[in-house]
Structure formats: C-alpha cells, structure tokens
Design a protein around this ligand. Structure first.
Ligand code: ZN
Length: 502
C-alpha cells in the first residue's frame, strides 16, 4: 500500500504545482502586470486550471483511492495519512461530478460578466449586467444539480467553501445572531457617531506601509516566508508553505485603510504559515474553510488590532511615525475613531457591528434567488427595501447597492458570503477559548507580545490545515460546536465601554 500511497501523493503534489503556478499568475496580474497583458493572462490561467482539473479527475486518481480504501480504514482517524485520503476522496468525488466543458463555459461566462460589471458599476447601470447575472443564476442552479439529493439547493454551493455547513445551519445561526445584534446596532447608531477626523489627515503612504509591516511582524508574520505588495482589492495568496504573500492598498487621506487591510491579510497569512510543513504540496496544506479562514483575519484585525490594549502599547509608536498628525490626539480619541459604528452603504467599509447585517442580506438573497422566490430583475428594488428595513437608510443608486460586490459578477450565486460572518463568530469563539486557557494574553497584548496567542492558534487551528473539517476544528479547539455567545459577549463588552448600550 505504501507505493500506491506514494504515487497518489506524488500526483497530488504535481497538481498542486500547476495550481500554485496559476496562483502566481493571478498574484502578478493583481499587482505588477501591465494592462496589456490581460487577454493572454486570462488564457494562460485558464489553461493551467484546465490542466490541473484534468489531472485531478483522471480515473487513475479514483483507482488509487479505491485501492487505498482498506488501508485508510485501518488508519487512525487523526493520522495525517487518513486525513489526506479523506480530503482527497472528498475533493475527487466533487470534481468528477462537474463536467469540464461546463467548467470552461462558466469560466468564459464569468470573465465576460466581470468585464461588463467593471463598466456597469461606475455607470450605475444594472440593466447592462442583468442578462449576465440571469445566466449566472442558471449556471448556479445547474452546478448545484450535479449533486442531487441535497436538502437545499444552496448546499452544494456552500460545500466547497464551508464544508460541514448547510444552508439550514447557516440560516439558524444567522437568525440567532440577528436577534442579538439588531438591538446593539440600533442602540449605538442612535447615538452621536464617533469623531474620526483624526484618521483623515494627510498620511504619507510609505510611512503607513512601514508601520503596518511592523505590526504584521509583531503578530508573527514570517517575512522569510512572506512579503507585502500593493493591489486594488487586497488578498492573501500562497504558492507554498514557504511563500505566503499578502497585499494591501493605501489612501493618503485615510489612516485606517492600509493598516487594517494589512492586519486582516496577516491573519489569513498566519493561518497558512502555521500549517504543518509535512503537508507541503498536498490538499491538506490550506485552511479548512472560508469561515475558519476569516475567523483568523477578523481575530487579528478586530479583536486584537482594534482593541484598547493593543493601542495602549502601539499608539505611542504610531505617534512617532506621525507626530504632526497625531501628536495632539489622545489614545481615547483614536480608539473611538477606529471603532466608529455607523449605518453605511458599503459592506467592505462597514464596522464590526453592522458588517454582519450586510452579509445576512446577501445570504438571504442568494437563497431566495436559487429557490426561485426572487428574480434577478427584482434585485435592485429588493435590495433597497431590505436595506431600508435593516439599516434605516436607502442606497441612492445601484452602484452602492446591488452592484457593489464583485462576487456574483465574477462567480456563481450561492455560498460566497456566509464565510465572512461565520468568521466573525468563530474569531471570538477561538479568542475566548485561548483567553480561558491563558489569561495572560490580555496583558501580553498590552505589552505588544502575541506569542502565547499565536502559539495557541497554531496548535489548535493552524497546524492542522485541512486535515479536520471546520466543525471538527471548532469542537477540538473550543470543546463545543459553533456558538454566537462569545461574539455577542465580546461586542457588548467592547461597545458597552465606548457607547451607552442600555
Ligand atoms: Zn478575509
């Protein structure tokens, strides 16, 4: 069996090499590539992705998995070998159900749709992108129907990103969260918003980036295995466990932009850098789900990076970077500014209290569209109505309404948003467990030391990569299933100090 196992692993690593090359092409496209490279780059990426898909769905992989079935049954569930066979089998069963012609068709369609969207959004022209979105919805339904036997049509679309969660589970957690969250959000937004003018002076970009990287290194980001570059829509990407990169963007009139982007992407990078090196090149060498991944970006960006303890230590250093801009601004004022809560139109710019309401709106709409309860043509109006009900404000146009997020215009409808809110919930759950085990973490943060927290996360979450599913990781790390209690407690405690919540 050892030789079959080795052969499977060799093939998986080869497929991973192709995927990593495609990842590098994407990174280059999003950072340094001149615009003239776009057409050829699209073709090159598609070629590599097709190659990887063909190699992975080759019947030889299936035969190797079948041969190794009995070997797998005798392995300890927790062993790396068992994990690799489990995860490979799961990905394989999924991949062979999607015809490659269909994949190619969807890829071509979504890149056209994306092109149209890039012009439709600034022009506030939903009608031009509507037929594309209608086609996307058809493809999304078709894609789900390659997996008959689901409870909800969204389940097969949620699965590749948040395996182990179904539409019904997400809806239930979201309903609980909504009930707890809406009163907190209303209590805060009915008060005078924090004054954040201190963040909107002139902040030279190079200094912003230097400060951000100082924080990233302090968090534990290993620059021997990482680097940061500039882009339009920041992301983290990995070509190997020895090369985990982040990207950011900066605005000279907005201090928060680059700093919190860097902290956010650093959280994602810490997860990938923390994976067991033995998993290099295999399907185990990546974060286990969108929700758990986002829990790490949110934990480092919000729970640590927007905390009072963190700034008690780092604010004097930030003032040294920007003496003219911040010399006369107190840490109190600064802390309130970076935690300003307001009813706003744009999801990606929303604060940590109202953010989840943006996500829930999109998740509910995805379900309604897939179920056939809502039609694409109804989206702009439905968006305005729901937004008014949830936020008390109406988007003045579709540009800042239904056209704002790239997801539906560059991919399928279904499964693309829930991970963000699951991440907020899970970030708090992991953090509170780490704190319960190591109460010194609070003092450490005030001293600018993050080793104990980082090590706890590495041991309980990061090192396992995809070996365990998200529900397994949550249970193992925190001793219970996903719960919103730590997140709501965290919000009440933190915002209770900043605002009157009674
Ligand atoms: Zn993220």
């Amino acid at each position: 069996m050892q030789s079959e196992f080795q052969e499977l692993k060799t093939r998986l690593i080869e497929i991973n090499d192709i995927q990593s090359a495609a990842g590098l092409l994407y990174w280059d496209q999003s950072t340094y590539m001149p615009p003239g490279g776009a057409a050829a780059r699209g073709r090159q990426s598609a070629t590599l992705r097709r190659l990887a898909h063909e190699k992975f769905t080759d019947p030889t992989i299936g035969k190797l998995l079948d041969t190794l079935q009995s070997y797998q049954e005798n392995l300890d569930y927790d062993s790396d070998e068992a994990g690799l066979l489990r995860v490979t089998r799961r990905h394989y069963e999924r991949a062979i159900k999607i015809p490659s012609d269909f994949l190619a068709e969807v890829t071509t369609h979504t890149s056209e749709s994306y092109q149209v969207w890039t012009e439709a959004r600034p022009a506030n022209d939903f009608d031009s992108v509507r037929p594309y979105l209608e086609k996307t919805l058809e493809y999304s339904r078709q894609s789900a129907n390659f997996f008959p036997g689901y409870d909800h049509i969204a389940d097969p679309l949620i699965e590749p990103r948040d395996y182990g969660m179904k539409a019904a589970d997400v809806s239930q957690v979201f309903a609980e969260l909504r009930e707890a969250l809406v009163p907190i959000a209303s209590a805060i937004t009915s008060q005078t918003p924090a004054d954040d003018s201190c963040l909107h002076k002139n902040y030279p970009e190079d200094k912003q980036l230097a400060f951000g990287m100082k924080v990233a290194e302090k968090f534990g980001y290993d620059l021997n295995r990482g680097r940061q570059d500039m882009t339009h829509h920041p992301f983290m990407t990995k070509f190997s466990l020895g090369d985990v990169r982040i990207t950011t963007r900066a605005k000279e009139d907005s201090l928060g932009e680059a700093m919190f982007c860097t902290m956010h992407e650093t959280g994602h990078a810490l997860y990938e850098q923390g994976i067991n090196m033995e998993y290099e090149g295999t399907p185990l060498a990546r974060g286990t789900s969108a929700g758990v991944h986002e829990s790490q970006s949110r934990l480092w960006e919000n729970i640590v990076g927007r905390s009072r303890g963190f700034w008690n230590c780092f604010y004097p250093r930030l003032q040294e970077f920007f003496p003219e801009q911040l010399g006369a601004v107190s840490v109190d004022t600064f802390h309130r500014a970076i935690n300003k809560v307001e009813r706003s139109l744009i999801r990606t710019e929303a604060d940590e209290v109202t953010y989840n309401l943006h996500v829930m709106l999109r998740f509910d709409f995805e379900l309604a569209l897939l179920e056939g309860e809502m039609e694409i043509k109804d989206l702009p109006n439905a968006w305005r109505e729901r937004f008014e009900a949830d936020f008390g404000i109406v988007p003045p146009d579709d540009r800042d309404g239904v056209l704002q997020d790239v997801h539906w215009y560059f991919g399928l409808i279904g499964g693309s948003f829930q991970g963000y809110t699951l991440g907020n919930i899970l970030g708090a759950q992991f953090f509170s467990k780490a704190l319960e085990t190591h109460s010194e973490i609070t003092d450490d943060i005030e001293k600018g030391e993050f080793g104990t927290l980082h090590n706890w996360l590495k041991e309980n979450v990061y090192q396992h990569g995809s070996k365990f599913t998200a529900p397994e990781i949550i249970e193992r790390a925190t001793g219970q299933a996903m719960t919103i209690t730590p997140y709501i407690d965290y919000l009440r405690r933190k915002y209770g100090e900043l605002y009157d919540l009674n």
